[in-house]
Design a protein around this ligand. Structure first.
Ligand SMILES: Nc1ncnc2c1ncn2[C@@H]1O[C@H](COP(=O)(O)OP(=O)(O)O)[C@@H](O)[C@H]1O
Ligand SMILES: [Mg+2]
Length: 294
């Protein structure tokens, strides 16, 4: 194999791009809770700079536990997690929140300040940034999420959708390299979910690594480059998103159904469409040349 020099953590040959040097490297990770519930059973996972990953799986499959370990909120019981080249156990809390931001499945477990402004300032204050820098970051993030008008509101009086956005905002003010959002589309309507997912897409295009946990396959198809399926504390699939939607056996095991549009084009033509635009193109190519219509 003839390879070009390493560039942006990738090696290219004539056919493929191989990513090297993962920013998160997890080996044989096990975790159980104090009551003896076994949540993770030997997870191996590599995350690369710039990845946009969806982790899917039915309730109780271990998604949140895995995310909390990467975010430093739970400690591995067995196995290792290397973050940016350093063992997670040797990373201080202050250092950790600059590397990984985690937005909780339930925003009410994350928001506890009297106003949205205080909520957004909390992280940067813990990083001991000066007042001017904190104000600048709060303004910048509030503008990005269109939440400026709510800065002086009490988070408690906001809708669930807005509280979720505040929870995501409050991790962005720490400018983490990796952003993990747990169930970003639960409890939100389609438009709110798409807005939030579009924000994650924008952050990804600006260089952030994104991991989102969900059981809504429509968002996986539309947004993720890579799809990881978990079942009973194990990773049972880790492939590019398009490939995931033709592996019905694995998806069925975890009760994850491909979106109807992917199912339709796959069953009719053996090709997976990830969204409506792709489906239209596939159908046009397959059907129109053979019809008697004009
Ligand atoms: N605090 C806890 N104490 C005991 N068991 C827990 C706790 N949190 C989660 N679990 C259990 O760990 C397993 C994995 O849960 P979780 O990581 O929340 O999965 P998911 O996010 O995929 O729904 C489940 O069996 C769940 O009941
Ligand atoms: Mg969960």
């Amino acid at each position: 194999m003839v390879t070009s020099p390493v560039k942006n953590n990738m090696i290219e040959d004539s056919n493929n791009i191989y990513k090297i040097n993962p920013i998160i490297n997890i080996k044989n990770l096990h975790f159980w809770y104090p009551d003896g519930t076994y949540a993770l059973r030997g997870i191996n996972l590599q995350v690369f700079d710039g990845d946009f990953i969806a982790i899917v799986g039915k309730n109780g499959s271990g998604k949140t536990t895995l995310a909390k370990i990467i975010a430093g909120l739970l400690k591995p019981k067995k196995g290792s997690v290397i973050l940016f080249g350093k063992n997670l156990l040797h990373i201080s809390r202050k250092e950790h929140i600059k590397l990984v931001g985690y937005s909780f499945q339930n925003p009410d477990h994350q928001l506890f300040c009297e106003s949205v402004r205080e909520e957004l300032s909390f992280g940067p204050k813990n990083l001991h940034l000066n007042k001017k820098e904190i104000e600048m970051r709060v303004k910048e993030v509030a503008k990005m999420l269109d939440l400026e008008e709510y800065l002086d509101e009490h988070p408690f009086f906001l809708s669930k959708g807005l509280r979720l956005r505040v929870a995501v905002e409050s991790i962005l003010t720490m400018r983490p390299k990796v952003i993990i959002v747990d169930e970003p589309t639960t409890g939100q309507d389609w438009m709110q979910s798409v807005e939030l997912m579009n924000l994650l897409k924008q952050l990804n295009s600006e260089g952030k690594t994104i991991i989102f946990l969900t059981h809504h396959m429509r968002y996986v198809a539309e947004f993720a480059d890579r799809c990881i399926v978990m079942l009973d504390g194990r990773k049972i699939m880790d492939v590019p998103t398009r490939d995931a939607f033709s592996r019905f056996d694995c998806l069925e095991l975890s009760y994850a159904k491909p979106p109807p549009v992917s199912l339709l084009t796959y069953k009719l033509f053996g090709v997976v469409a990830l969204n409506m635009d792709e489906a239209v193109e596939i159908i046009k190519k397959q059907v129109i040349p053979n019809t008697s219509y004009r």
